[in-house]
Design a protein around this ligand. Structure first.
Ligand SMILES: C[S@@+](CC[C@H](N)C(=O)[O-])C[C@H]1O[C@@H](n2cnc3c(N)ncnc32)[C@H](O)[C@@H]1O
Length: 278
């Protein structure tokens, strides 16, 4: 069915969701710098209700709950990630958070919020114009949609580094670049046009450069292959020889980013895009 994002839904439920749930705390540490910078730009005194779209394990919703006591709804279509988000909110004693399952390209929203946020969650839609028109209905007029989304792949070497492994060993490696995926909104001109076409004012855009920091090359590799789901399962299914070869390729690629203690810092960049609903 068009508009249902069925493959993506399967991927985030059955392939990647468990890894994201296992790595939820690690992911929040990796993304802490742009998350806090982004949340610093919001005037929280005006915010009465918040939605975290494609919230996954709820890291952004949990961070927003440090800024406001207003209700925050997290929405996503990955059950394992939502369950992780619920557990984390319970563990933190945060009753203002509620997590709901929804396919966001077509979901209806119960009410119109002041602020709709997302962290790396809005670039996966099959039909972005349909999705962004729909997301606008989660906001009151004058409300703000604000989201972090990766800048082009050339500025985010982590992704190309792991793509090298996939290209070399997998029959059908996932493609980076344009289209649904992490870089689906990287082209600013297209994203501006998308927002304006969906009923938003001209967006404000900031670019945040930061480092993705891992304690060692081995942890960088294990974290990222767990998050990628497909890559993790693929590597686990290989012979010890191929696994050894892959580990060596990854180590060589990560070495330039490691310091004397072995800590790895990979440069990354994200857009922080804020658009008011017209
Ligand atoms: C890269 S993860 C980011 C998760 C979370 N926002 C974070 O920062 O940790 C992308 C998320 O988008 C969700 N997602 C992608 N397409 C979606 C859709 N059409 N409807 C609902 N959720 C979607 C996935 O399930 C996943 O949780």
């Amino acid at each position: 069915m068009r508009g249902a994002n069925n493959d993506s839904q399967r991927y985030w439920n059955e392939v990647a969701g468990a890894g994201w749930a296992r790595q939820a705390e690690v992911v929040d540490r990796l993304f802490a710098d742009p998350t806090q910078r982004a949340l610093d730009t919001i005037d929280w005194s005006q915010v009465r209700s918040v939605v975290d779209l494609a919230c996954g394990c709820g890291g952004l919703a949990l961070a927003a709950a440090q800024r406001t006591s207003s209700p925050i709804w997290g929405m996503d279509f990955s059950e394992p990630m939502l369950e992780c988000a619920r557990q984390r909110a319970r563990a933190a004693g945060l009753k203002q958070l509620e997590f709901r399952v929804a396919e966001l390209q077509t979901a209806g929203f119960d009410h119109e919020s002041d602020l709709v946020l997302s962290r790396f969650g809005l670039s996966f839609f099959e039909d972005p114009p349909l999705a962004f028109r729909n997301l606008g209905t989660a906001l009151r007029r004058g409300g703000v949609l604000a989201f972090l989304t990766w800048t082009p792949v050339e500025e985010n070497p982590l992704f190309s580094l792991f793509a090298q492994v996939m290209d070399r060993y997998m029959d059908k490696p996932p493609q980076l670049g344009s289209g649904p995926g992490p870089f689906g909104l990287a082209d600013l001109e297209q994203t501006r046009a998308l927002l304006e076409g969906a009923g938003f004012d001209t967006p404000e855009v900031e670019r945040y450069a930061f480092d993705l920091i891992y304690p060692s090359p081995a942890v960088a590799w294990s974290t990222q292959s767990d998050l990628s789901g497909r890559l993790g399962a693929f590597v686990a299914a290989q012979s010890p020889e191929i696994r050894g070869e892959i580990t060596q390729i990854v180590k060589t690629a990560l070495n330039p980013y490691a310091d004397a203690s072995g800590q790895v810092a990979i440069p990354a960049a994200t857009w922080w895009i804020k658009a008011q609903r017209s």
